[in-house]
Ligand binder design. Structure first.
Ligand code: SF4
Length: 223
C-alpha cells in the first residue's frame, strides 16, 4: 500500500491497467478541435484540492479536452466551468473558473476526484475498468481523515462508491436519486446528476438548483 497520497499519485500517473483507456487517452489528443496541436496530459488524472478537508466531490472520469488535456480534474472543459463557478458562489473555492494547473484555483475544505482516472470513450467506463481503478479511489477516501460529506455526480460514480463500500462490508441497497442523500457510517452521501454539457443544455441540471444543493451541503458541513 502507499505511504501517502503523493506516493499514490506518482504510481497512478504511470498506471496502464486498462488497455482500452491507455490507448484512448492518447488518441483523443489527436482529434482536430480547438485544442489541436496542444500538448495533452494524456495520463491518469489525480484528484485535486484539500485532501484533509471534510468534503469530497466525486466525478465520473476526466473529460477528453478537460482533465485529460490539462492534467487536473475538472479543469478546462464545460463541466468544470459549471461546477467550479457554482462552488465559488457557495464559498467552496477562491475563484469561479478552472482553466489550467497554473490558474491558482484553491478548494476550501474540499477534495475533488473521479472514480475512473483515465478518460473513457463516450464517457462510459466498463465495469472492469471501474473495478481496476477502485484501489486508487479507496486509498483516497480511506485517507480523508476528516471526511463528513460526499457529493456524487451521477449514477456511475454512485455505482463505484457502492463498490467501495461493498469492499468494506457495507452493502448499500439505495439507488441513485437526484437531489437526495443517504447517511453511511457518519458520512452523508449527497447525489446529483453530473453537470455535463448535455445535462446542463437539456435543463436536467439547472444552475440555481445545483447551487441550492451545494448550500444544503455547506450547511450540513457547518453543523
Ligand atoms: S482507469 Fe485507473 S486503473 Fe485504468 S489505466 Fe487509468 S488509472 Fe489505471
Amino acid at each position: 500500500m502507499f505511504k501517502d497520497l503523493e506516493e499514490m499519485n506518482k504510481f497512478l500517473v504511470r498506471c496502464e491497467k486498462c488497455p482500452r483507456l491507455v490507448e484512448f487517452r492518447v488518441r483523443v489528443s489527436e482529434r482536430k478541435n480547438r485544442y489541436f496541436g496542444e500538448n495533452y496530459w494524456s495520463k491518469p488524472v489525480p484528484g485535486y484540492g484539500d485532501h484533509n478537508g471534510k468534503f469530497l466531490i466525486l466525478g465520473l472520469a476526466p473529460a477528453a479536452t478537460g482533465g485529460n488535456r490539462t492534467g487536473r480534474i475538472f479543469t478546462g472543459d464545460k463541466s468544470a466551468e459549471f461546477l467550479v463557478s457554482c462552488l465559488y458562489e457557495v464559498g467552496f473555492t477562491n475563484k469561479g473558473s478552472s482553466i489550467s494547473r497554473e490558474d491558482g484555483l484553491i478548494y476550501y475544505d474540499t477534495y475533488v476526484t473521479a472514480v475512473v482516472k483515465c478518460v473513457p470513450p463516450n464517457d462510459r467506463p466498463t465495469p472492469e475498468e471501474m473495478k481496476n481503478c477502485l484501489p486508487y479511489l479507496k486509498f483516497e477516501i480511506d485517507t480523508m481523515r476528516n471526511l463528513r460529506a460526499i457529493l456524487v455526480l451521477g449514477r456511475v460514480a454512485f455505482q463505484s462508491l457502492k463498490m467501495y463500500y461493498r469492499e468494506k462490508g457495507i452493502n448499500i441497497k439505495d439507488e441513485f436519486v437526484n437531489g437526495s442523500y443517504i447517511d453511511i457510517n457518519g458520512v452523508r452521501v449527497f447525489m446529483h446528476y453530473h453537470p455535463s454539457p448535455r445535462n446542463v443544455n437539456t435543463g436536467r441540471v439547472k444552475r440555481e438548483e445545483f447551487i441550492d444543493f451545494l448550500k444544503e451541503i455547506k450547511e450540513y458541513l457547518m453543523k
